[in-house]
Design a protein around this ligand. Structure first.
Ligand code: SF4
Length: 388
């Protein structure tokens, strides 16, 4: 398949791996955060980490929209169905994420709440048209990639006068999260998370372009290389980060040139700007309150904002006591550092969001089984690695 097969070519992967081994300076360690869960899954699915020399390490980032949504927001979605009687429409990934009191969307559905799995916001709009006597709420999650479809749908809902339809908006923003991580005590003061550079998001960057990363590449002196989701994309981007670090550069480079430009998709950006505005602050699981890191609807679309329509208030809720998702999402720990991993917590019985989502780090470790190989580098706890 064009643009897929050639980026999974085994002999090219071996040549790239040999180049990385040759160019990586054995006198130092390279800690590179892959922001996206999509990258994490490519790394584990194709065994990319095993092709890297021992001093080149991936640090898993918070780029999974299901994983980073705090429990309080899932409670809100359940409340919309249970207390307000709304039909709540959600992507499948969200259905099994644990909420408060051992609940989840799917358990609430089993108990009688009208919660439906949909593939897109258009499905939710169709349900609203077909059930005019019921309130229908779309549980909108996602980074900059999924925001433009929500913006278009809200514009259409307004034009169509779809009065029983609204959106519970949880769209979050990548650059703010990366900046927050770089400013965190883990990175700046404690040194418990070492990050020398970033593999930048691919799909997100197809919308926002590579320009938004330029500020913190310069300000925090960390190279950023936008990388596609195929294994050779990840390896080539890793080589580009290593070369920047070797040369003392900290620039934004784009490996994913077949899709991403510096300016991004201007039409999509204009649509988002028409419908949404920045929230002053938003809670992320693991990162806490992150300034200007999420979107809400503008006043012109207030009629379609479920938070305003149902006067929703979000409470702060602590994660399950032994679940390490917050530390994993900050890059401070790895799934295998969690004592529940693969024992109490599995995809069939998830305790935290990182085991549920198809982009979660715990799901990646479990699904591809590479933790079972007992490679020596995995025997070193992530915290200790990062402190080196
Ligand atoms: S293995 Fe389960 S309990 Fe442990 S961090 Fe991952 S999701 Fe949380």
């Amino acid at each position: 398949m064009k643009y897929v097969d050639e980026f999974r070519n085994g002999s090219l992967a071996k040549r790239l791996a040999a180049t990385i081994v040759r160019e990586a300076d054995t006198a130092r360690t390279y800690h590179v955060m892959e922001f996206c869960g999509g990258h994490t899954h490519a790394i584990f699915r194709y065994g990319v980490q095993d092709l890297m020399p021992a001093n080149v390490r991936f640090v898993h980032g918070p780029g999974c929209p299901v994983c980073v949504l705090p429990i309080g927001r899932i409670d809100n979605a359940i409340e919309l169905a249970e207390r307000h009687g709304a039909i709540v429409c959600s992507y499948g990934d969200m259905m099994r994420v644990p909420a408060s009191e051992r609940k989840s969307l799917i358990k609430a559905k089993a108990a009688g709440a009208d919660i439906r799995m949909v593939y897109s916001i258009r499905d939710a709009m169709k349900i609203a048209r077909e059930t005019p006597d019921r309130e229908v709420v779309f549980f909108a999650i996602g980074f900059e990639t999924t925001t433009p479809p929500t913006a278009v749908a809200l514009r259409d809902a307004k034009a169509q006068g779809l009065k029983n339809f609204s959106v519970f908006c949880n769209h979050v923003l990548t650059p703010a999260a990366i900046q927050h991580i770089l400013q965190s005590p883990d990175v700046r003061e404690l040194g418990t998370v070492a990050i020398d550079g970033f593999l930048g998001p691919s799909h997100v960057s197809s919308v926002i372009g590579s320009r938004p990363y330029e500020y913190f590449a310069e300000e925090f002196q960390r190279p950023v290389v936008i990388a596609g989701f195929e294994p050779l994309d990840v390896m080539q981007a890793m080589l580009m980060v290593i070369r920047q670090l070797n040369e003392g550069r900290h620039e934004v480079e784009n490996e994913y040139v077949r899709v991403v430009t510096r300016e991004g998709n201007l039409k999509a950006q204009a649509l988002v700007a028409e419908v949404f505005e920045l929230r002053p602050s938003f809670e992320w699981r693991g990162l806490g309150e992150v300034p200007y890191s999420a979107l809400r609807t503008k006043d012109a679309f207030a009629d379609f904002d479920a938070e305003k329509r149902f006067a929703i208030e979000t409470k702060k809720v602590r994660d399950a006591k032994s679940c390490e998702c917050p530390s994993i999402l900050r890059g401070a720990k790895k799934p295998t550092d969690c004592k529940l991993f693969g024992t109490v917590c599995t995809p069939e019985n998830p305790i935290g969001s990182c085991m549920v989502s198809s982009e979660g780090a715990c799901a990646a470790y479990w699904s591809y089984g590479r933790f079972r190989q007992g490679a020596p580098r995995r025997a070193v706890p992530a915290q200790k690695e990062a402190a080196e």
